[in-house]
Design a protein around this ligand. Structure first.
Ligand code: NDP
Length: 452
């Protein structure tokens, strides 16, 4: 039995969390970032404090792990570990992506599920929180190998999910191809055509704009933030990391809105194109990454520019940085360099890309910082709309969905602003606003249920 730590310092609170999740450093980082804003906010609110709501949220409803066996094309047997962390269904069924990457472990998935709780709350939709995946590495695997892995993974996962229970989607390493194989296996086992996954193909129950929504949403949120501070995106220079789903759609929308996108990256390094990336260049990268599954270094063989192996793009001059690859991509040195190089806005497309010190450096320097749980919530919001369409057994039009996405991102922006603190010159602290606004709805729902 541990004392009620909500009345105590962040250090005491984190000791409680660390004791119960030893060695889970990504999870500790995510909890600490939220707690540093939420603990002061609940200090004089005994209803949340006495019910120990924040502590309860650091203990998932359940965390499942399971064996996934599959054969490669040479007939060799492989054994991976699959996971599903169901964090909370306080405001709706569990919802969150699946990640296939060798770095996946319980700590990474608990951090992602924890973040997802606040993000899903901010969308205003009835979505609980979960995350899952496997330490399987899809790189250099044939389609047949990916299919066998996905089928084996779903052969266990299917018992824990359902359209009103838990609805996974994609994430790193899980795109349209993987969702197709996963859904096919679910359908085969259950003999049901239901909205149990989002990010499905348009031919079998998917939603228009789902694949674009996270990246587009990041840019819509950035526009709202700029407008709120009397600025505009048109003509600004944007550095983006990653070249996957989120990065490429963010780049596409930013260019459409008149910004100049000068970088993209992958795990090998980054490309700098000082002329800016046109829609045609971005279409070429999309084909490179989705059809040929090639490396970003090939960009400079096709177009002008420089390739910097083994580096991330945070040393370039830019107005806006959009990290869209993975967690912890911007450390404090990168933050200091970005500030020196004139960066005025950081909008997080990936989850927890910025270290805690780096976030503080940005905020202290007056850089407008859009945290992932607000800025990249467009993807899960569109997943929520895919679930609604599946339940209604109809499809909404592209235009209808595009408008929904824009208005949801504006609502998320305004929810952050409502709870945010401000500097003397009126700059909004979006990190604080997102943490508190995201927490409040989940916490109120939990209070309604009593102790459980
Ligand atoms: P993808 O798998 O489509 O792309 C990931 C990109 O990031 C690739 O370019 C990949 O390069 C790069 N990358 C991955 N790991 C590393 C690493 N350790 N170092 C450097 N680069 C890396 O994933 P998504 O675009 O879907 O996801 C990107 C981020 O956005 C993740 O943080 C995810 O959680 C978040 N997100 C995604 C959503 C979605 O709808 N897809 C929704 C909300 C958030 P390489 O190919 O070389 O590995």
């Amino acid at each position: 039995m541990l004392d009620n730590t909500s009345t105590k310092s962040l250090e005491d609170f984190m000791s409680f969390v660390q004791l119960r999740s030893a060695g889970q450093k990504e999870f500790h980082q995510a909890v600490s970032e939220v707690a540093s804003d939420v603990l002061p906010w609940i200090r004089n609110k005994s209803e949340y404090r006495d019910a120990r709501v924040l502590e309860r949220l650091t203990e998932p409803d359940r965390a499942l792990s399971f064996r996934v066996c599959w054969y490669d094309d040479d007939g060799e047997l492989h054994i991976n570990r699959g996971y599903r962390v169901q964090l909370t269904n306080a405001i709706g069924p569990y919802k969150g992506g699946l990640r296939f990457h060798p770095s996946v472990n319980e700590s990474v998935l608990k951090f992602l599920a924890f973040e997802q709780a606040f993000k899903n709350s901010l969308t205003g939709l009835p979505l609980g929180s979960a995350k899952g995946g496997s330490d399987f590495d899809p790189k250099n695997r044939s389609n047949a190998e990916i299919m066998r892995f996905c089928q084996s993974f779903m052969s266990e996962l299917y018992r824990h999910i359902g359209p009103d229970t838990d609805i996974p989607a994609g994430d790193i390493g899980v795109g349209a191809r993987e969702i197709g194989y996963l859904y096919g296996q679910y359908k085969r086992i259950r003999n049901e055509c239901v909205g149990v996954l989002t990010g499905k193909g348009l031919e079998y129950g998917g939603s228009a704009l789902r694949s674009e929504a996270t990246g587009y949403g990041v840019v819509h949120f950035t526009q709202c933030l700029l407008k709120h501070h009397g600025l505009a995106l048109d003509g600004l220079t944007v550095a983006i990391s990653g070249s996957g789903n989120v990065a490429l759609h963010a780049a596409e929308k930013a260019v459409e809105m008149g910004a100049k996108v000068i970088t993209l990256s992958d795990s090998g390094g980054y490309v700098l194109d000082p002329d800016g990336m046109s829609p045609e260049k971005l279409a070429w990268v999309t084909a490179l990454k989705t059809d040929r599954r090639g490396r970003i270094s090939e960009y400079v063989e096709e177009f002008n520019g420089e390739y910097h192996a083994g580096q991330s793009p945070w040393r370039v001059n830019c107005d806006i940085a959009m990290p869209c690859a993975t967690q912890n991509e911007i450390d404090n040195d990168d933050a200091i360099q970005l500030i020196k190089n004139g960066c005025r806005v950081v909008a997080e497309g990936s989850n927890m890309p910025t270290g805690k010190d780096a976030i503080q450096s940005f905020i202290d320097a007056g850089v407008l910082f859009a945290p992932a749980k607000a800025a990249n919530a467009g993807g899960v919001a569109m997943s929520g709309l895919e679930m609604s369409q599946n339940a209604q057994k109809r499809s909404w039009s592209d235009d209808e969905l595009a408008q929904c996405l824009e208005s949801i991102m504006l609502e998320i922006h305004d929810r952050c602003v409502e709870y945010a603190t401000r500097t003397e010159d009126g700059r909004v602290n979006y990190r604080y606003g997102a943490n508190v606004a995201g927490f409040k709805k989940v916490a109120d729902a939990m209070l309604s249920f009593g102790v459980c």
